[in-house]
Design a protein around this ligand. Structure first.
Ligand code: ARG
Length: 408
């Protein structure tokens, strides 16, 4: 009997395929693989067989798409979480769920170790290991990519050939791609030069602005308590809704992001993303909050959004602070119900209408017509009191200046 039992977070790519055999030999271990489906378009059929043929004794493939959207993505949307104000974190937010399910499989199988295929200079290794540690402190984390002897893809391929590990014969993609239903992250290759515009072949789900239709397209998104529930008047479950918005956004060149971001491990990296549904949902949700949240709540929530985004990005989804902020966010979302109309035109998202039964926009207070109910006279007293501290500063300073001049 093997000494250890390891559950591997398995994608079926070269790294994790090689890893199955490598761990089996180097750790004297029985290997079980776990693959989480987060709605990626990549084929998952045949993955179990591939894992077994690579040396695993058992392979789990779990469809987590619905849970991913309902319990991870939508809470982050309601929180308004955008890393560094730009990235809806499709990749980052999937990690805690994958790590949690990895722990679940490890427990079910009575494993003493878990392993992942993240590199030693990314954020994902942190997200995986911190989450596993928080949920199951006794499980040992292994990250072979940080320590193994292979220096290149070619060396891994040689190893795979030698040990009859099935590796896909497909042409190697020039980019490193991480994909799920909420978005795609594209790195490496020519993208490492921040002055080079991403080539057309970097994108999988969006057309370029030049290819987008010359006519604008409208889309109406409805929310209930901050959760998106319908598109263009049609009620949809989470998975169908996000798929539909990806399609609508994608054909209008919406959702491309090109940014230099600050990684948790201290480096700046150039990241290219596609997240059509994510960008549409954040735009619409933010706009709905503009009419439904009271001013001070809206302003304060911006601070919370930033902190909440950092917690996701930095691998602290399962932390007391994220949970406490969630309680705040949930309270703010009670009246975020209504609909927003967006106009999409060659990559642009233009807000063109919003309405809510809880709208705090009061036409009688806002209008400049005869229907105006605003008490203009009351403003005089308001300004007197409101501006008092600043008048006082000036008066005191002038007095002090005069006294100083008298002394000399
Ligand atoms: N920088 C992004 C993040 O930390 C995406 C990383 C994606 N990984 C990849 N293999 N391309 O959330």
């Amino acid at each position: 009997m093997a000494k250890n039992k390891i559950v591997v977070a398995y994608s079926g790519g070269l790294d994790t395929s090689v890893m199955v055999k490598w761990l089996k030999d180097n750790y004297d271990a029985e290997i079980i693989t776990f693959t989480g489906n987060l709605g990626q378009t990549k084929e998952l059929i045949g993955l179990e067989e591939k894992a077994i043929n690579s040396g695993a004794s058992k392979a789990y493939v779990e469809d987590l798409t619905k849970i991913f959207l309902e319990e991870y993505v939508f809470p982050s949307l309601r929180a308004g979480a955008m890393y560094e104000g730009a990235y809806p974190m499709a990749c980052s937010i999937g990690r805690p769920l994958l790590a949690k399910t990895l722990v679940y499989v490890a427990r079910k199988e009575g494993a003493n170790m878990v392993a992942h295929g993240c590199t030693g200079k990314g954020n994902d290794q942190v997200r995986f290991e911190v989450t596993v540690g928080a949920l199951a402190p006794d499980l040992i984390n292994i990250a072979p990519l940080r320590t193994w002897e292979f220096k290149s893809r070619e060396e891994e391929i040689d190893y795979a050939k030698k040990h009859n590990i099935p590796v896909a014969a497909t042409k190697e993609n020039p980019y490193s791609i991480d994909e799920n239903i909420y978005g795609t992250a594209i790195e490496c290759g020519v993208l490492e030069d921040p002055m080079i515009e991403p080539p057309a072949d970097a994108f999988q789900h969006t057309v370029s602005p030049e290819e987008a239709p010359d006519m604008a397209e409208y889309v109406v998104i409805e929310f209930e308590k901050g959760i998106p529930v319908a598109v263009n008047g049609k009620e949809m479950d989470a998975v169908s809704l996000v798929k539909e918005l990806n399609k609508i956004g994608g054909r209008n060149a919406v959702g491309r992001i090109d940014m230099i971001e600050n990684r948790l491990v201290g480096i700046k990296s150039r990241e290219v993303y596609e997240a059509p549904a994510g960008m549409l949902l954040h735009s619409a949700h933010t706009e709905l909050e503009r009419i439904t949240l009271e001013k001070s709540v809206a302003h304060y929530k911006n601070l919370v959004s930033q902190e909440y985004a950092n917690l996701i990005y930095n691998g602290l989804w399962f932390s007391p602070l994220r949970e406490a902020l969630q309680a705040f966010v949930d309270k703010t979302q009670e009246k975020v119900t209504g609909m927003v109309k967006l106009k999409l035109y060659k990559g642009n998202i233009i807000v063109s209408g919003r309405t809510s039964p809880y709208s705090l926009y009061d036409p009688e207070l806002a209008t400049y017509t005869a229907a105006d109910q605003f008490d203009h006279k009351a403003s005089e007293g308001f300004i007197k009191i409101y501006g008092l501290p600043y008048k006082t500063i000036n008066r005191v300073e002038q007095k002090a200046e005069a006294e100083k001049n008298q002394l000399v």
